[in-house]
Design a protein around this ligand. Structure first.
Ligand SMILES: Nc1ncnc2c1ncn2[C@@H]1O[C@H](COP(=O)(O)OP(=O)(O)O)[C@@H](O)[C@H]1O
Ligand SMILES: [Mg+2]
Length: 243
């Protein structure tokens, strides 16, 4: 395969490789590969093939900056022609974790495990915004803040997917995050409202944001979603209970 250049194989003493699976991705092609070295050792890396090269160099630059500052993101192993080879994070996607939590939910709805993960997410986000602001000199946000872009390994959070980062406010990011959470299937359940209120208590508070402004951003995102997806069931009236 032309993708694995000869020097990469040489550098890592790779003698063979195999594609293990393809991850769900709307924007790119993302695969898990297993490699075997000359001593018989084997390991996994993720290969992300980008739809466009600009997105790849932007993401590589951001991951590099975050990694250098010690933020929990995958290490870049190599960068090539429109693709990155990344350290594999052997954890659970935060959306899978979230869906499992809702299925297994008991009273209290928000247990200690959930609180710990949200505290971890809050510090990951706080560090991310600080590092980006320091590096670029203005407020940069994730923009694509859906739960699939986080991996949880034993309650520690790692972030992925920085190609949509752009100038913006933290309130916009948090509003989008809450709007995504409320509209994962099944939409607007009692448990999802509880979860968003836990985000308000833990993440919005830690980031020192105004809930009123975040709330307006949730409304805006729900409005965009309902138009884009033609979903009359996604209406802003449904969040009045958490105002
Ligand atoms: N380094 C990694 N370790 C583990 N899983 C990963 C890694 N990178 C990506 N993934 C998985 O692949 C999916 C898609 O990757 P992502 O970087 O979000 O690309 P996209 O831009 O296509 O959304 C993620 O949701 C995650 O499940
Ligand atoms: Mg993604």
């Amino acid at each position: 395969m032309q993708m694995f250049k000869r020097d990469l194989c040489k550098e890592w003493n790779i003698i063979s490789w195999r594609c293990q699976k393809e991850f769900y991705s709307k924007k790119n092609k993302v695969f898990l590969y297993n490699f075997t070295g000359s001593q018989g050792e084997s390991w996994d890396w993720v290969i992300k093939e980008y739809r466009n090269r600009h997105a790849m160099s932007k993401e590589a630059q951001i991951i590099q900056a975050l990694y250098a500052e010690g933020l929990a993101v995958p290490k870049i192993i190599a960068a090539g022609d429109g693709h990155l080879i990344l350290e594999y994070l052997p954890g659970k996607n935060l959306l899978t974790w979230f869906e499992e939590q809702e299925k297994e939910a008991q009273q209290p709805a928000i247990n200690e495990g959930i609180t710990t993960v949200l505290e971890q997410l809050a510090s990951w986000l706080a560090d991310f915004y600080n590092i980006m602001h320091r590096k670029y000199g203005y407020s940069i946000v994730l923009n694509d803040v859906n739960l699939r872009n986080f991996i949880v390994i034993e309650e520690k959070i790692f972030g992925l997917d920085f190609e949509d980062c752009c100038a913006g406010t933290k309130e916009e990011d948090l509003g989008r995050l809450c709007a995504f959470i409320l509209t994962y299937d099944p939409v607007f359940t009692f448990w999802k409202y509880q979860f968003v209120l836990a985000i308000k208590d833990i993440i919005v508070k830690k980031l020192n944001l105004s809930w009123d402004v975040v709330f307006e951003e949730i409304e805006k995102e729900l409005q965009r979603m309902s138009q884009r997806r033609q979903r009359p069931d996604i209406s802003i009236e449904r969040i009045n209970v958490i105002k």
